[in-house]
Write a new protein. Sequence first.
Length: 401
Amino acid sequence: MKRIGVCLLLLCFAFCLAVQAQQTITIGFTVSKTGALNVDSLEQFNGFELWRSQVNAAGGIKAGGKSYQVKFASYDDESNSKRVQQLYSRLILEDKADFLFSPYSSPLTATAAVVSEQYGKVMLTTGAAEEKTYKLGNKYLFQMFAPATQYLNTAIDALKAKDPKASIAFVYEDAAFSVAVVNPAKTYAQQQGFNVAFSEAYAPNTTDFSAILDKVVASKATVLMGGGHYPDGSTLARQLYARKASLKMITLLVAPDSPKWTELGDAAVGVAVPSQWEPQLAAKPQFGPTVLDFNKAYTAKYNSEPSYESAGGYACGVVLQHAIEQSGSIDAAKVAAALNAVDATTFYGRTKFATAPNEHGLEVGHTMVIAQWQKDKSGKLVKQVIWPLANKSANLVYPIH
């Protein structure tokens, strides 16, 4: 009996050690399950969820001699900034989140960042390219997306190589992200010698573009750039196609990167999109999965090709995990210091954060590509990388019709 008692004590002791070693990290965020941003936000969430499931299946995050399972705390922000403020406070104060991921979109992230900084919580942001948020003296904010000023510059470079005498119309959503993209793009286009024939912002939730398209046609522009997010971008593309606008190139923000874009049929053909990442890229990761492994895992889980929003969401997890492991801690200050030191390549490309106080956390390592929807030999719609040339999987189709 005495031997049995000793064995039971030893088993209890071993169990206690195992429980102590296997702990939990809570990561909080909101998702736009409803509202105007739901298509892109849900793709971002898919990336978060794939990363978590893989990490936990592999035994968790190892740091400081402990192993941490990843737990999510999340809510539907309804694409509403007022809810974001309330919910991020709740994530910190009630759900006791150790770390945060951002909501989708620059405006929602700007609101969340006020809360995360107030409580000193590390927040990795994705789907949030506007630069202003990162220039307010933040200490715990880290941007995974290349900044908004880079989005259309690469498209303008591709256009210059093909048709330096093109005339450009900018038609874009009157929202923080699109404005932050288009204003510097107009300046850059003029610096590159292009004529900006027309420029007009449209109200969010616009569904009838006929009046603005009349102006585009009257301007005799040969190229259109702009858009905003999925609802307006897809509607604009449909109406451009129905109007049979004689444009040689169309480049729209965000919307054409979604796998849902194929639902537009022939209206989708030829439309280009500035992209943070594409499945054809051949990055050689220093940690985390290869591009091929990520693509396979994502497709197997969701039966859909990953978008740059879903890749960005997954990359948030990969980079946070790396910082926790490098710091050997889940202390916010120590993990932030490890993130400040990151200059590395993952499946998602290069990641490096600015560390100067006036732009802390701004992404300075990641670069954009341009993708274009084309038909393959069988007539199937496929998204091809067309710029920069070093990364291309196909040539730019120009003119598109």
